[in-house]
Structures are given as structure tokens and as C-alpha cells.
Design a binder for this molecule. Structure first.
Ligand SMILES: [Zn+2]
Length: 218
């Protein structure tokens, strides 16, 4: 979800977990749902709470202990967002949430072996707190994409990925990550490119339309 935004809790691309993906039961079936992942910021935009599901999900993504997830507490939301356009969208959405306008949108947060679609809901609370809640809507298994595996060695090349649809900017167009891997021949060397996050034109238009609709309704 906001990653850039590489570090944003909801934008962090899910990655492989040693010992297997915890969402896959032994017979290979995929569990249908994860608990809703939530974090909260205070009136100064500092992360003040995460729920257990958030901590577990972050630990799975980073391959680290659940306790490490508490390292984000006290940091501002904006310290996780490097991309100016994404920062501007989130500022607009946080402002709307504090005015009582709940903002919702879908986004991709894949694991190497799974396509995942989440729904995000940003809502205001007491004392200008804002809640960010991400719920898994669908999950589909695929051949693992090592470009999304955080344990994969990285080279000096950077690829730009949309934080919302997870398409990759390759040769002048935004394409699915599986297509980008082929188009750019990224698996030909011992290391794969690093990933930075931005937003594609389609997703920017979609989010701006939602923001505009909520502003008009205010
Ligand atoms: Zn996009």
C-alpha cells in the first residue's frame, strides 16, 4: 500500500517468506482471506498504532520478526513517501478523512507467487486521528516473480512501479510486472533491478476522480 512508499506499510510489495507463504495451506490451496490490516496516524500525522495483522503482514514482507514492525511507530506518514505526486494524493485524502469523508480505493499488493487486490479505506477518527484499513479482496496464484522477492540480489538499475496497480514502466509504457520481466530481460543476470514507486497516469486519474467527487460532496 504507500511505499517511496517502498516503506509505506500498505504499499510494500509482499515478498517470499522463508519456509513458504503463510497464506498457502499444506495442500497448496490459498486461504481466501487475511484479517484487515490497519494502522493509525495522530493529528500530527505520526503513526501511533498498528494492529496485529499489520505487524504480521509487515514481518512476512520483510522476512523479519513481528516485533520489528513497531519500528515505524512515531514516524510521520510522509517519511515513508518519497514520491511527490503520491504524497500530494495522500495529503488530500487525509484531509478529506479528517473532514468526515471516508476515502476508498483498490490497489495491488502482490507477493512473488500471488496477485493480490486489496481495498483501502481511509477514515477519520477522534482527535484528528486517521485510520488506514486494507482488506484483501482477491488472491490468485501465479509463477513466482523474483523481481518482487526481497531476498533477490539487486543491481544498479531501477524500475519504476505504480504503487496502485503494480504495473512497471518499461520502454515507454506501463505493463504488468510479468510482462516487464520479459520485455526488459531482467532475469538475464545474477541480480535483478531495484524498484522505486510512483503512480501511473491511469491510477492517478482514478484517485483524483475519487478525491474530486468527495470534495464536491463536502
Ligand atoms: Zn497504476
Amino acid at each position: 500500500m504507500v511505499r517511496e512508499a517502498k516503506k509505506i506499510p500498505v504499499e510494500t510489495p509482499a515478498t517470499a517468506v522463508p519456509g513458504g507463504d503463510p497464506n498457502v495451506v499444506p495442500d497448496g490451496r490459498v486461504k481466501p482471506r487475511l484479517p484487515t490490516i490497519r494502522y493509525w496516524i495522530d493529528a500530527h500525522d505520526r503513526v501511533i498504532r498498528v494492529n496485529d495483522a499489520w505487524a504480521r503482514f509487515a514481518a512476512e514482507n520483510d522476512g523479519g520478526p513481528v516485533e520489528a514492525a513497531s519500528g515505524i511507530l512515531g514516524r510521520t506518514l510522509w517519511s515513508f513517501i518519497e514520491d511527490a505526486t503520491i504524497g500530494s494524493l495522500y495529503r488530500d485524502m487525509v484531509l478529506l478523512a479528517r473532514k468526515g469523508r471516508s476515502v476508498g480505493f483498490g490497489f495491488r499488493c502482490d507477493a512473488p507467487g500471488f496477485r493480490r487486490i486489496f481495498q483501502m479505506r481511509i477514515s477519520g477518527g477522534k482527535a484528528d486521528e486517521v485510520e488506514f484499513a486494507s482488506t484483501l479482496e482477491s488472491e490468485e496464484a501465479r509463477e513466482p516473480v523474483s523481481l518482487l522477492d526481497c531476498h533477490q540480489p539487486r543491481n544498479e538499475q531501477y524500475l519504476r512501479m505504480c504503487s496502485w496497480c503494480q504495473r512497471v514502466h518499461a520502454k515507454g509504457q506501463w505493463v504488468p510486472v510479468e510482462a516487464a520481466v520479459v520485455l526488459l530481460n531482467v532475469m538475464s543476470g545474477p541480480a535483478v533491478p531495484s524498484i522505486t514507486h510512483g503512480i501511473c497516469g491511469d491510477c492517478h486519474g482514478r484517485i483524483m476522480a475519487e478525491i474530486s467527487k468527495l470534495r464536491l460532496a463536502s
